[in-house]
Write a protein that binds this ligand. Structure first.
Ligand code: CA
Length: 521
């Protein structure tokens, strides 16, 4: 063949093909382990004083890599955060604003597409949650919509397949299977995206008896009365006390268990549910019971996630891939574990705004280090593009984390961060708001027509964000400074004012995966 002959001739003349050779930097493999609603309070490497859980495998990434203590999300909710991860852009640029009626425009540029174009093999397994079909992946095997924990239906490159087993285990197995069957001559990107520990927090059957009826320590704001804050905090619908359903609390079983799974489910929950019904708890005792059931189930889900991380890391070790593979562990946002009486996310406030981020990259990331630099899920895409030697498009709004990983934060690194939440009216009734966050302060504007107001929090004197100091004389200068910074950020980031019409909440559109189930795999 003609092309082949030319290559042979060039080789004979001492020229090499234009792919990384012995003297070119070796492009790293990339593994993204991305969970759904994993609170940093529930990762032992993050050091929660309540000591809720041990996560030895996730902690391996902290020991061998960098722990980011202020990784912030631009819009604290599942779909929007996933769209930001892929694009490195805010919701108002990538077009995915909310989980109710947004649909990801798969024709836009994403980092997996750019890596694929640069010769990477790309795969996505697990939770997708962006409504349209994935683009930029050679292989994808996803849960439709939110998916279910037990015996889930999954779409494999577009075809629906029913699997028996537990979602976290299946996502791990399919990820490893793809790694084993990949073309070993090319670098790879694997995105292993768990459904867990998302609501309704259903643990693997083998983990139902974990923690042995432990009584969990409580956050000291479990019975917050929202004094010192405005109407949004008072009118939300995300409290453990009022919002949790019988399905959330496992007073009713999920509908899709096999008979054997149902038997084991009942053997664990039924005697405990019976005792609960007989106790006829009220008031704070009832909230405490709900809190303990919630924590048991939420942390139970994380047992399987931690095992999954262990399996992936062990595989990389066994195959000799660990040295040239960047591994990150992150969640799409933070989550409340009873702080302020809440579960869920959505707010600009700390437990919701901050997401865990751990990065292991031998030879680049300084092992065992931590940083309080303000970073974001926005920064993941440009980091991987730089790692792969791919040009970062100018319109990407995040910045590569590589200097920070090396312990060399640039002088002009961001000192403030813009946040914007849009899903209102909507589930959990958290009002629309935007704001600016710095190392010490947070200025927030709840801007609903007819009920708009501002809040200002000083995290140094009020780390739990209990009392707004907006309008207080002693904060006047700070308030002006932050207001100016917020204006600057909105202008620089091209935030439209008012919110564009597509942010209006209309009935959700259905996912486009084919309805027909094919023959057995
Ligand atoms: Ca989420």
């Amino acid at each position: 063949m003609r092309i082949h002959s030319v290559l042979v001739t060039l080789a004979a003349l001492g020229f090499t093909q234009p792919v990384p050779g012995a003297d070119a930097p070796k492009r790293p493999n990339i593994v993204v382990i991305f969970s759904d609603d994993h609170a940093y309070q529930a990762i032992s490497a993050y050091g929660n004083p309540l000591k809720l859980i041990e996560t030895p495998n996730i902690d391996r990434l902290a020991t061998a890599g960098v722990r980011f203590d202020r990784c912030l999300v631009p819009n604290s909710i599942c779909g929007p955060s996933r769209a930001t991860l892929l694009t490195g852009k805010y919701s108002h640029i990538n077009g995915f604003y909310n989980n109710t009626n947004s649909r990801f425009d798969g024709s836009q540029t994403t980092f997996p597409k750019l890596l694929q174009k640069a010769g990477y093999q790309t795969a996505l397994v697990g939770k997708w949650h962006l409504v349209s079909q994935p683009t930029g992946f050679d292989y994808w095997h996803i849960l439709p919509g939110q998916g279910v924990y037990y015996n889930p239906l999954m779409a494999r490159n577009g075809l629906l397949v029913r699997h028996e087993g537990y979602a976290t285990d299946l996502i791990t197995d399919f990820s490893l299977e793809w790694l084993k069957n990949r073309d070993a001559s090319k670098p790879f990107l694997l995105m292993c995206q768990h459904k867990a520990p998302h609501r309704e927090w259903c643990p693997a059957i083998r983990h139902l008896g974990h923690d042995k009826d432990r009584k969990y320590p409580e956050p000291d704001t479990l019975f917050d009365d929202y004094a010192g804050r405005g109407v949004a905090e008072h009118t939300q619908d995300m409290t453990i006390a009022r919002t949790m359903t019988d399905i959330d609390l496992k007073l009713k079983p999920p509908g899709n268990l096999t008979p054997d799974q149902k038997k084991q489910w009942d053997a664990y929950y039924e005697p405990r549910n019976q005792a609960f019904r007989e106790a006829k708890l009220e008031g704070k005792d009832l909230v405490r019971w709900k809190y303990n059931r919630y924590l048991h189930d939420y942390l139970g889900c994380l047992k399987a996630v931690d095992e999954s991380v262990g399996k992936v890391l062990d595989y990389l070790d066994r195959e000799g891939l660990a040295e040239n593979t960047v591994v990150i562990y992150a969640s799409d946002q933070g989550f409340y574990l009873g702080e302020h009486g809440w579960f869920d996310k959505r707010w600009i406030f700390e437990e919701s705004l901050r997401t865990p981020l751990l990065v292991r990259w031998p030879g680049v990331a300084k092992a065992g280090s931590t940083t309080r630099d303000i970073v974001s899920i926005l920064d993941i895409a440009p980091t991987f593009l730089e790692a792969a030697g791919v040009h970062i498009p100018a319109e990407v709004q995040g910045k590569s984390l590589i200097p920070i990983l090396k312990g060399q934060t640039p002088d002009d690194w961001r000192k403030s961060f813009y946040y914007h939440y849009y899903e209102h009216p909507g589930p959990h009734s958290v009002r629309r708001h935007y704001g600016v966050v710095t190392d010490r302060y947070k200025l927030v504007h709840f801007y609903e027509p007819g009920g708009g107001y501002w809040e200002l929090f000083d995290l140094k004197t009020d780390p739990k964000e209990l009392t707004s100091v907006y309008g207080k004389a002693e904060y006047a200068a700070t308030q002006t400074e932050l207001t100016n910074e917020l204006t600057r950020l909105r202008k620089d980031l091209k935030v439209p004012d008012p919110d564009p019409p597509e942010t209006a909440i209309a009935p959700a559109k259905k996912a486009t995966v084919p309805k027909k189930e094919p023959a057995k795999p």
